[in-house]
Design a binder for this molecule. Structure first.
Ligand SMILES: [Zn+2]
Length: 199
C-alpha cells in the first residue's frame, strides 16, 4: 500500500529541508493536512514568493528582494569598517549583540576545497573590488572558529595584506568549534570588541 500521488509528492518535497527525513516529513505532512491547512497555505505562498523574488544584495551578498539590502542602503553606516561573515544569521547576531555600525560582506559559506567551494563561489572577487575601492580602513574577519572558518580567515587576511587594508579577527569569548549564530549576545559582543590585528 502506498500514499496517494499528491501525498507522496508533498512528503518528498518536505524532505528537501535540512534534518527532515522520511518519518519527519510524513509527520509534518499529516499535521499540515489534518490540523493546519491555513498555515500550510501561508507557507506555500511564502516559499513561492521567496524563491521567485529573493536574490542577493549587489554589494554585500545578503539575501534581499532589492538591488541593495537594508544595511547597504542605510545612511549613517561607517563605510570604513567592513565585517566579513559566513552567513546572514551572523549579520543578525552581530547587529543584535553589538553597537557595530559598519558594513558587512556575507560569503554564504566558507572555503571548502573538497566541496568545490573556492573564493569564486564565496564572491570574494566582489570583496576584492570593494577593498580596492579604497573606502575600507579595516576588514573585520568574523568567520566561525572552526577549521574551515580559520582557513577562510587566513585567506581573507592575506587578501587584505595584499591590498594594504588593515585586517582584524574577532577573538576570545567565542567557543572553539562553535557557530556565531548560537553564541549568547554578551559573549559575542565581548569577542567582537576584543578583535585584534592579524600579523
Ligand atoms: Zn547589502
Amino acid at each position: 500500500m502506498s500514499y496517494s500521488p499528491l501525498l507522496v509528492r508533498l512528503i518528498d518535497g518536505l524532505r528537501c529541508m535540512p534534518g527532515v527525513g522520511q518519518k519527519s516529513a510524513q509527520r509534518i505532512a499529516f499535521h499540515l493536512l489534518e490540523r493546519d491547512r491555513d498555515g500550510a497555505s501561508n507557507l506555500s505562498s511564502a516559499l513561492a514568493d521567496a524563491v521567485s523574488s529573493i536574490g542577493h544584495c549587489n554589494r554585500c551578498r545578503m539575501f534581499t528582494e532589492r538591488d541593495l539590502c537594508a544595511i547597504c542602503s542605510a545612511s549613517g553606516r561607517d563605510a570604513a569598517l567592513l565585517c566579513v561573515v559566513e552567513s546572514p544569521a551572523d549579520v543578525m547576531a552581530i547587529e543584535d549583540a553589538t553597537g557595530y555600525r559598519g558594513m558587512y560582506f556575507v560569503m554564504m559559506g566558507h572555503l571548502s576545497p573538497l566541496d568545490g567551494i573556492g573564493p569564486e563561489e564565496l564572491g570574494l572577487v566582489k570583496l576584492e573590488e570593494w577593498l580596492v575601492g579604497g573606502d575600507v580602513a579595516e576588514l573585520i574577519i568574523a568567520t566561525n572558529p572552526t577549521v574551515e572558518g580559520d582557513a577562510t580567515a587566513h585567506y581573507l587576511a592575506d587578501l587584505a595584506t595584499r591590498l594594504k587594508v588593515k585586517a582584524s579577527r574577532i577573538a576570545h569569548g567565542v567557543p572553539l568549534g562553535g557557530e556565531l549564530e548560537f553564541v549568547d549576545s554578551g559573549t559575542l559582543a565581548h569577542a567582537f570588541y576584543g578583535r585584534r590585528a592579524i600579523d
